[in-house]
Unconditional design. Sequence first.
Length: 268
Amino acid sequence: MPADPQRPLLRISGVKMRFGGVVALGGVSFDVGYGQICGLIGPNGSGKTTLFNCISGIYRYTEGDIQFEGQSLTGLPRWRMAGIGLGRTFQNVALFRPLSVRDNILVGAHHLGRSGFVANALRLPFVRQEDRAAEARCDDLLDLLDLRAVAQRPAGTLPFGFQKRVELARALIGSPKLLLLDEPAAGLNHSEVDDLARVIQQVRDHFNLSVLLVEHHMSLVMRVSDKVVALEFGMKIADGTPDEVRNEPEVIRAYLGDTQEDTHAGAA
């Protein structure tokens, strides 16, 4: 599907989420267009991760609707999310540490196979074809994310920044149409964050996919995003271009202002 930021790939409509008497989301609505990078920001407790978990099927939202390519995700089992085109990384890296980088990436391709137990046991021709396709996409990702040199190393022996890339590759090998990135810059140093910004835009362009990222690193969000949505106390307080959101008084008060004050205090 050609990039078309005005055409919604993901549509979030009045989504509410309650945990007992606590309202985590109070009716959030926004779209993510085809080929668009959308940053989701807000202070701790604003509902960002809760919304991510609603989108990816971990939580079942209380009210509202989430549509992906016009199909409602309400009641859709979590295990089907990858099959319809949703890929996700998590803030805490969860790799199979003894396995090689290549094998960790290939784990993410399991849902692409259409063969059953018998076909796999007999190694029928179409099973081998599926394996070759997965291997080819893995090779593409190893090159794109500069992981070729460490492809055979156990993933647990890599520096943290490389482990983040392996997790990203594992999410991408499933050919998602929408990639959900949960605080991808967490734990990275300044140089690694610069590399991450390049990688996110490169991945979007290379695979022609959309990206929704939750992130506290404001300079990264403003650098890579086509649009930014800001939440506070489970409510949307801004939705627009990075410049529009950066200059929104409510955002400055709720988040950017606090971040700037912390930055200045740390530099003092």
